[in-house]
Design a protein around this ligand. Structure first.
Ligand code: NAP
Length: 282
């Protein structure tokens, strides 16, 4: 049985479906079982638990061979934070998995490091280090920004900052395929896989593409960096937006694909098309 933490989320839902399609039993852990309804029969079992509370995840480990962590605490319900979910919650999952003798597949981010300006990237790096130091057998999957998430965020043509910094975007569908591979192929244990998409594009270019697909060629508006700076002390979102507007967010995805070269690499236009963006056209 595979345990998927974050199985109710954007990526986790796809991972659960892929594992179920292979005939594997999947247990999903969620803070609210109502959020797992859309999984239907893909989830063999749904259990309630919060990765911030180790006791609440201990019983979910029964009979588990591999744990997938697709949780994130950057945004979302329940007063989550990167420190409490991505760093400490993942540490709880790793400790519980190690005690149960289960392997761990951990979702992280391309660019994670101890000194990143992004709180989330530091928390992910801490989780990676905790996992590498544990007795569990592990695979880390680092991904770039999911283009489908950003299409959902950018329902209006508003760009945070100047929007002229190139960023690597990947299709969440391609990430799900790599995570599935990481679960089933134990030769990938002890490896950190990185996945991105074929293009580095700016938020201005993404906004223009979305406006074109949606048939609404209106002018792109910007939230100025000065406003983001002013909001930063109070809120992690503008801090992250400033970082994404200024630090190197590019990635050479081709060079990273050696360990899974047979898996799909979807371009941005195809990913948005598959996500149904063309349906917005009036
Ligand atoms: N989105 C991106 O651009 C991106 C890029 C690189 C890497 N990643 C990584 O990929 C993974 C999936 O991202 P996503 O965008 O698909 O996530 P998402 O849709 O925002 O889903 C987040 C998931 O985290 C779970 N979660 C949050 N706090 C929790 C807690 N305290 N206890 C248990 N579960 C908790 C939620 O479960 P419940 O609400 O059901 O409890 C939900 O299933 C994450 O690890 C993320 O950091 C994402």
């Amino acid at each position: 049985m595979i345990l998927v933490a974050g199985g109710t989320g954007r990526l986790g839902t796809l991972v659960v479906a892929r594992l179920a399609a292979r005939g594997l039993d999947v247990r999903v852990i969620t803070r609210d079982p109502a959020r797992a309804h859309h999984l239907g029969d893909d989830a063999t079992e749904v259990v309630e638990g919060d990765v911030r509370d180790r006791a609440s995840i201990e019983s979910a480990m029964r009979g588990i061979t591999t744990v997938v962590s697709a949780v994130q605490g950057f945004a979302g319900p329940g007063r989550v934070t990167p420190a409490s979910v991505d760093r400490d919650g993942n540490a709880n999952l790793v400790e519980s998995a190690a005690a149960a003798g289960a392997d761990v597949v951990l979702l992280s981010v391309v660019g994670s490091s101890a000194d990143s300006p992004m709180e989330l990237f530091r928390a992910k790096y801490a989780a990676e280090e905790h996992l590498r130091a544990s007795s569990a057998r592990w695979t880390i999957v680092r991904a770039t920004a999911f283009v489908e998430l950003w299409a959902d965020i950018m329902t209006k043509p508003i760009v945070f900052g100047r929007g002229d910094n190139p960023i690597n975007f990947v299709s969440v569908q391609d990430v799900a395929a790599v995570v599935e591979r990481a679960v089933i192929d134990v030769r990938l244990r002890g490896m950190t896989l990185e996945i991105g998409g074929p293009e580095n594009i700016t938020f201005n270019e993404l906004a223009a593409t979305l406006q074109h697909l949606r048939g609404r060629p209106t002018k792109i508006r910007h939230v100025p960096r000065a406003l983001l700076r002013a909001m930063s002390p109070l809120n992690r979102q503008p801090r992250a937006a400033l970082a994404m507007d200024t630090i190197d967010m590019t990635f050479d995805a081709i060079a990273a694909r050696d360990a899974y070269a047979d898996l799909p690499m979807t371009d941005i236009a195809s990913a948005l098309d598959r996500a149904g963006e063309h349906q917005y056209r009036g």
